[in-house]
Design a protein around this ligand. Structure first.
Ligand code: HEM
Length: 258
């Protein structure tokens, strides 16, 4: 993020300190040993027992979302299913009440403005910083609330790691909460939507799944859709030292898309 924002003139660059601070910590953006410590914490929320409990919650959420669908079927797949399903699921995990779901979603869209890259850099950075400040304020209120009374949610786990176990700093807490929220829903929305479009383009595969709706066909189909129409089509990496990459000499700040 810092390397992207370095595209701004130095005087303006200073205005976006909040972005620098946010993006220099947190699980997805760190290397070991910080990454190992943060990842170990979050893993607690994804042990098989907890995942099994979420499965039944997510299944009943699917039933609720499908309930109003009538025949002949006319729905907006993203609006009516692919977005609310993972967004509600991650809200439930983190402890964000359903009525605030769209609010937090708008902030995460704003936070992605620089990464998406459709706006001029200056405008995108301003949008990102505004959304980031608002989301942080929202999460700070949630954290204060959990300090009064812990609940059975991911935010309480993060607050305990910060206050009782001293394994997390305040900024890591905020960054990790934001990361989980955005990582936890946009990708799955795209997976569902890309998956349906792909199956519509390949009706014989659709038919095969309808005839064999369980394992092994369904899990294999999901894996294949992830590969064939991936929700994340590239990953950037910063080369931290001069090195020879694919026969070319590369230095600091070269972005490599996988
Ligand atoms: C189809 C769904 C998903 C796709 C395609 C996807 C994709 C990815 C990718 C490509 C990365 C690696 C980023 C990197 O290497 O820099 C990643 C990391 C991550 N994702 Fe997902 N993701 C999905 C669903 C989820 C969900 C549902 C959650 C949370 C509930 C989540 C949370 C995370 C976290 C926390 C990381 C960072 C892991 C780490 O640094 O150790 N993702 N995801």
């Amino acid at each position: 993020m810092a390397a992207l924002l370095d595209g701004l003139p130095a005087t303006e660059r200073k205005r976006f300190q909040v972005i620098d601070d946010h993006f220099s910590v947190g699980m997805i953006r760190s290397d070991p040993p910080d990454h190992t410590r943060l990842r170990k914490l979050i893993n607690k929320a994804f042990v098989p027992r907890v995942v099994a409990e979420s499965r039944s919650q997510i299944e009943s959420l699917v039933d609720q979302l499908l309930e109003p669908w009538s025949d002949p079927l006319e729905v907006d797949l993203v609006k009516d299913f692919a977005y609310p399903l993972p967004a509600t699921a991650i809200c439930q995990m983190l402890g964000v009440p359903p009525e605030d779901r769209n609010l937090v979603h708008e902030w995460t869209l704003g936070i992605n403005a620089v990464i998406v890259g459709t706006l001029p850099l200056r405008e995108a950075a301003a949008k990102m910083q505004k959304a980031l400040l608002e989301l942080q304020e929202y999460f700070r209120n949630m954290i204060a609330d959990r300090r009064q009374a812990l609940r059975n949610d991911l935010m309480s786990l993060l607050v305990t790691a910060k206050d009782e176990l001293e394994q997390l700093s305040e900024s890591e807490l905020l960054s990790t909460a934001e990361n989980l929220f955005s990582a936890g829903h946009e990708t799955t929305t795209s997976l569902i939507a890309n998956g349906v479009v792909t199956l519509l383009k390949h009706p014989e595969q659709w038919q095969r799944l309808c005839e064999n709706p369980g394992a092994p066909d369904l899990p294999m189909a999901i894996e294949e859709i992830l590969r064939y129409e991936s929700p994340v089509q590239r990953q950037t990496r910063v080369v931290r030292h001069n090195c020879n990459l694919a026969g070319q000499q590369r230095g600091h700040h070269f972005f490599y898309s996988l």
